[in-house]
Design a protein around this ligand. Sequence first.
Ligand SMILES: Cc1cc2nc3c(=O)[nH]c(=O)nc-3n(C[C@H](O)[C@H](O)[C@H](O)COP(=O)(O)OP(=O)(O)OC[C@H]3O[C@@H](n4cnc5c(N)ncnc54)[C@H](O)[C@@H]3O)c2cc1C
Length: 435
Amino acid sequence: MAVKIRNPHTHSSTYPDSYYVASANNLHDYPQLTEHLRADVCIVGGGFSGINTALELADRGYQVIVLEAFKVGWGASGRNGGQMIRGITHDAERFKDQIGSDGVKEVSRMGLEAVDIVRERIAKFDIQCDLKLGFADLAHKPRDIADLEADKAWLDSIGYQHETRLISKADIANVVGSDSYSGALIDMGSGHLHPLNLVTAEARAASAAGVQIFEYSAVESMEYGEPCVIRTAKGQVTADKLILCANAYVEGLDSTLEKTVLPCGSYIIATEQLPEDLWQKILPMDLAVCDMRIALNYYRLSADKRLLFGGRCNYNGRDPKDIEASMRPKMEAVFPFLKNTKVDFKWGGMIGIGANRMPQIGRLRPNVYYTQAYCGHGVNTTHLAARVLAEAIHAESHRIDVFEKIKHFKFPGGPLLRSPLLAIGMSWYQLKDMF
Ligand SMILES: Cc1cc2nc3c(=O)[nH]c(=O)nc-3n(C[C@H](O)[C@H](O)[C@H](O)COP(=O)(O)OP(=O)(O)OC[C@H]3O[C@@H](n4cnc5c(N)ncnc54)[C@H](O)[C@@H]3O)c2cc1C
């Protein structure tokens, strides 16, 4: 078993050449595992999920080791759109028959808590990650507007503490300088941030709390037992508990988990720094925004006022040959006046998709835990999952039970069949979007 390097842009063994790496303020090298060590808990994966679970467990007095195949934040956590959006799934009511009304309420409540945890973390460790509050969903069709109205009514009904506002087509230029949209819902409780600076600072905090982090320490084999034995090329960890946090990069690590998550390539271009009149026209309120299509575009301004424009354009398991050529037409369709604007950075990563779009958090065995499949909504959900896992291990709460009651579809076949399946599924939804 080994970490597979398949796609040149998304799977090289160093950080991608992204805007985030170019503007990182906290990169740090952790050692490679070369010894046999003992721990209460071993965590595989050094992204938001793994690092935050380690942090939560260290706070509760556990001795924790994190094994990362490459660098902290190498995966989706250090590459994403940086959009921190409330909620952990779409329409929790869909799961009522599996988790009951109380479960639905609990999932909805956790979706709000998830954002609070990120904000608390940033405040507690004084993390410099360009946090900016404010997000908007952008509607294309009348049906989208009805969905946004229902969302707003629901937020009002639960006493959501942050300002929310519906924007009509007549006022859309106050939110986004494009005539592609027919309305928006602003949520000042969500927002955007520099994800690599967040995850690397969280790793520093975990390390200061006693967590041992090892980089370039890919797990090559695991024995599930009491204790578990986890082996890398040059070392080994024996641990009472094991937590698998590899998300879209899980392939080859555990054969059960890889069946319920499909890796989907998502790509981002970052323009050159924009003059004030231009960025004020594009996003005058400096909100993060997402459109409401299945194959959605998401974009925002960076702290130094570049447009970071992202979208999902690849479902077949292979990176586009030229990310800029693939993403630029999407950006120019929304903002035709950016035709002559230079793109300084382009990169991609893998999003972990589950069929029902509910994060998968649970136990494979009494002492082997996992979390994955955040469906492009992981900046906040990872932080919530970390807390739920730590509470379960520390016997503080039973919130993990809600997630364990939910059934997850196993995509048939190996990765070679799963990727084409997703490609077919997404093409169907893209077709529906067009009409
Ligand atoms: C391009 C892109 C844009 C996105 N935009 C957003 C957004 O704007 N908002 C949002 O909320 N979410 C977004 N997401 C999703 C979000 O980034 C993820 O859900 C989240 O970062 C998942 O964190 P994680 O720690 O679970 O996984 P990852 O950050 O992917 O970390 C998993 C880690 O596991 C390691 N690993 C795998 N196998 C092994 C092994 N055998 N041994 C050791 N280590 C191993 C990998 O090296 C990797 O570093 C985006 C994702 C991508 C790719």
